[in-house]
Design a protein around this ligand. Structure first.
Ligand code: NI
Length: 173
């Protein structure tokens, strides 16, 4: 089997990260090819989740692996939250599209999500802990929302200028 080629990850404050994704129309070979490339890209970047939005594909597709061993890939196609616990907790989050930035975001501690898997089968996923946080974070991406938007405008401004500066320096070197 060929190694899937890596995809470029959009970096905040790229305006394309605010695109609202449309539903996936068909779970076919094209989509499975994209899923394989997204997993390769996520593992290469040491991430635990990647939304299609982050690789500039605006379809409702997310890949996740929160396992320590990096051997529990999970695909969510057209995910919908059926239930989110009223109990919330604040935890530190990061994002492959916001490199080097970590900050606290409040999320439901448990969620129940309906999604298609890579075979197009409908699955009900009951998640808590890190997986629940990751699912909520990735589903936000599909709505065009990046986690820093939960932070204060002051912090958002600082993060924006820091990343713009870093990207400018990376271009120069
Ligand atoms: Ni993210």
């Amino acid at each position: 089997m060929n190694t899937p080629s890596l995809l470029g990850i959009l970096c905040y404050p790229d305006p394309r990260l605010h695109t609202v994704a449309r539903p996936v129309a068909a779970v076919d070979e094209r989509l499975r090819g994209l899923i394989d490339r997204m997993f390769a890209t996520m593992y290469d970047a040491n991430g635990i989740g990647l939304a299609a939005t982050q690789v500039n594909v605006h379809e409702r597709l997310v890949v996740i692996d929160v396992s320590e061993e990096r051997n529990q890939p999970m695909v969510l196609i057209n995910p919908e939250i059926e239930w989110a616990s009223p109990e919330k907790r604040k935890g530190e989050e990061g994002c492959l599209s916001v490199p080097g930035i970590y900050d606290g975001v409040e999320r439901s501690v448990a969620v129940r999500v309906r999604a298609l898997d890579r075979d197009g089968q409908s699955r009900l996923i009951e998640a808590e802990g890190m997986l629940a946080v990751c699912i909520q974070h990735e589903m936000d991406h599909l709505m065009g929302k990046v986690f820093v938007e939960y932070l204060s405008p002051l912090k958002q401004g600082r993060i924006k200028s820091k990343l713009v500066k870093a990207q400018r320096e990376a271009l120069r070197s």
